[in-house]
Design a protein around this ligand. Structure first.
Ligand SMILES: Cc1cc2nc3c(=O)[nH]c(=O)nc-3n(C[C@H](O)[C@H](O)[C@H](O)COP(=O)(O)O)c2cc1C
Ligand code: SF4
Length: 501
């Protein structure tokens, strides 16, 4: 009998450690394997038992349930892989997450790990770029920029030292994919960063994450030590004679430190203020050297691209959005969690069918996609398929693919005010439209709430100024949640809703 229990931070927050203690007592000599999360957060703590017929699931489990589960008195949810939320997914980036012991390199290899790195070691830098471009992978941190093109810029730059920086700040509301990978499959991120290093000529990498992620920091640091001891990292990567090493750096947790130039300042020990571009970080990044800055999911997707081939990855998706996207379903939703799927699924299916509607049981009113700078989509936009261009066409953005669900009790003017307030609090202060504009935005929304209908025009003007005049997307995109809430729910701003054509 094999017994598995998630030790992801979400499982811990929901009581997995008390369950682990009860299990250890009841199991005696039978070992308990701690794994990452399968991503079905509403079932955490999730217990899995394999009695030779595959892994069966129980969840959410309380310590008091253990004796009855082991005695066979509580029926399981069936095979974990057959739970519809999991069965409907296409797991490429998250293929091992929740399945293996995150710190067991042998298990990692047995499940396809390191095959991508081994293959990459046989390719030239140019061939690796061709593979990346053919995969169609675009940055999963927010902007959706093609990863292969970014890498090529760094590869072609001449410098004594180049760097790979993994953006693991994960500040977007309702997102947790980066954390899940770091806690559940850290070698995958290490492998992706090593491939990026070999391709571009960078020999040093940094994972920049936040102090709110202590478990991810601990698991990543231990995994790096193990990878170094096994010769995956260091001066002679897998016996190739080529060098790549990396370390974890922890920031204090400011939203703007997820913006790549602000992150680089923070990494250099400076205040997290946005830098003007150009120069691009790809040419003058960390310590003024050519630097790849990529999100965790972008980098953790690289191993599977090299393992299975670019064509395999690019075969999934829709239009210019190739491969899969780990959607994080959160907020007021029945089945919250991580759902990795090929691009193309409609927003409505994700929310209603996969997410199961709201946790409160009330009708869904709106969803915010792409973090605090993402637009609110009302039900009329639920047909929108998940794809970069498709969302852009509807005045939204995918960002890091966080979907936060709200029921019909949500106060949309209040949410618009919150967006401005968030921007005012998190602004790095470098440019006026954001630093001052966001404060004026809060005041203007308070005027509208107090019944001053004329202030709506001031608000839309202000949003135009912030969009056009801000140096980075914090000030530049805050108008998205504000204007989308106004557009979809004008009556909440004291405006008359126009009849649909
Ligand atoms: C205010 C702000 C916050 C951001 N936060 C993050 C973040 O937490 N994680 C991330 O990967 N990208 C974040 N980004 C995007 C990064 O600037 C950058 O585009 C990204 O790290 C590039 O990696 P990718 O190409 O792999 O997506 C943020 C951007 C802005 C403007
Ligand atoms: S938009 Fe805001 S966060 Fe971005 S540079 Fe300007 S002040 Fe800083």
């Amino acid at each position: 009998m094999k017994v598995y229990l998630s030790q992801d931070a979400a499982a811990k927050a929901l009581g997995s450690e008390a369950v682990a203690a009860a299990l250890k007592e009841a199991l005696g000599d039978t070992p308990l394997t701690r794994v990452g999360s399968r991503g079905m957060v509403w079932l955490e703590p999730l217990l899995e038992i394999d009695r030779g017929q595959g892994r069966e699931a129980w969840g959410p489990v309380a310590p008091g349930d253990i004796p009855a589960i082991l005695a066979g008195d509580i029926p399981s949810l069936g095979l974990t892989e057959e739970i519809p939320f999991l069965a409907k997914q296409t797991r490429l980036t998250f293929q091992r997450c929740g399945i293996i012991d995150p710190l067991d390199l042998a298990q990692y290899e047995a499940h396809g790990g390191l095959a991508g790195l081994r293959r990459a070691l046989g390719l030239s830098g140019e061939q690796m770029i061709d593979e990346m471009k053919a995969s169609g992978l675009r940055g999963r941190g927010g902007a959706g920029f093609p990863t292969g093109i970014k890498w090529d810029t760094v590869r072609m730059a001449h410098a004594d030292q180049k760097y790979i920086v993994c953006n693991a700040d994960e500040g977007d509301s309702g997102t947790f994919a980066d954390r899940m990978i770091m806690e559940g499959d850290p070698f995958c991120l290490i492998e992706g960063m090593a491939i990026a290093g070999l391709c571009t000529g960078a020999t040093q990498g940094y994972v920049y994450t936040r102090s709110e992620y202590p478990d991810a920091v601990a698991v990543m640091r231990r995994a790096i030590e193990l990878a170094r001891a096994a010769g995956v990292l260091g001066g002679d990567v897998l016996g190739s004679g080529r060098a790549f090493d990396m370390e974890v750096r922890v920031g204090a947790g400011a939203y703007v430190c997820g913006e790549e130039t602000s992150l680089l300042n923070s990494l250099e020990g400076k205040r997290g203020v946005v830098r003007a571009k150009p120069p691009l970080p790809a040419l003058e990044g960390f310590l003024g050297r050519p630097t790849v800055v990529n999100n965790v999911i972008s980098l953790a997707t690289v191993p599977v691209i090299f393992e299975k081939g670019a064509a395999h990855y690019a075969d999934f998706g829709l239009g210019r959005s190739r491969g899969t996207i780990p959607v994080q379903i959160a907020g007021n939703v029945k089945h919250g969690g991580l759902f990795e799927t090929a691009f193309g699924m409609s927003l409505g299916d994700l929310v209603e069918e996969i997410g199961g509607g709201t946790a409160s049981g009330r009708p869904v009113k709106a969803v915010q996609i792409g973090g605090p700078l993402g637009a609110y989509f009302g039900r009329e936009k639920f047909d929108t398929p998940f794809g970069y261009e498709e969302f852009d066409g509807q005045g939204g953005l995918i960002g890091h693919a966080g979907v936060v669900v709200f029921d019909d009790s949500a106060d949309m003017l209040g949410m618009a005010r919150f967006a401005m307030e968030f921007c005012a609090v998190e602004s790095c202060g470098k440019c006026t439209p954001c630093r001052i504009g966001a404060v004026r935005g809060v005041e203007t929304l308070d005027r509208i709430k107090a019944g001053d209908g004329a202030a709506v025009e001031v608000l839309t003007d202000l949003c135009e100024v912030m969009k056009d005049g801000s140096l980075c997307a914090l000030g530049g995109f805050t108008p998205y949640p504000v204007l989308s809430a106004l557009e979809a729910f004008p009556e909440e701003f004291g405006q008359v809703k126009e009849a649909a054509e």
